[in-house]
Design a protein around this ligand. Structure first.
Ligand code: ZN
Length: 154
């Protein structure tokens, strides 16, 4: 029996596959302060996100989702990158990530593992996959702004 090996190109770098196979922060939080969900119907990707913010710091995140490897690995990398950061820093990383994918900006060192998704910029359809979790995070941060938008955010 011969099964064709998938041809993984630059789009599916090892770090992406690693996050897809072993998603970090998968599951749910007992006491999230912020929650949101979103979907990318073009690809069938879905993300539900729990966020726990204390003061201005994102203490914990957990996500549940299904869909393609880009959408799920992006969510895993996002939670890993943003946990422990301030809300302001999370928003900054969100902008850097979007610039990397939409404007093909040079990856910023602040992106960490998220830099691995740089190749997605060449595939506009997949950019939506990679950005889905960030849109959900953005929506979650908007759900309750009494702590999330305190001016002394940094
Ligand atoms: Zn997708």
């Amino acid at each position: 029996m011969s099964r064709a090996e998938p041809q993984f190109d630059e789009l599916y770098r090892e770090v992406i596959l690693d996050h897809y196979r072993r998603p970090r922060n998968a599951g749910s939080l007992e006491a999230p302060t912020h929650q949101a969900e979103g979907a990318n119907p073009v690809c069938g990707d879905e993300i539900e996100l729990d966020v726990a913010i204390d003061g201005n710091v994102i203490c914990e995140m957990a996500f549940r989702g299904q869909g393609c490897s880009i959408s799920q690995s992006s969510a895993s990398m996002m939670t890993e990158r943003v946990c422990g950061a301030t809300v302001a820093e999370a928003r900054r990383v969100m902008q850097l990530f979007e610039a990397q994918l939409v404007e093909s900006a040079e990856p910023d060192p602040a992106l960490g593992d998220l830099e691995a998704l740089q190749g997605v910029a060449q595939f506009p359809v997949r950019v939506k996959c990679a950005l889905l979790c960030w849109k959900v995070l953005h929506a979650a941060l908007e759900t309750n702004d009494n702590e999330a938008t305190t001016p002394q955010g940094v």
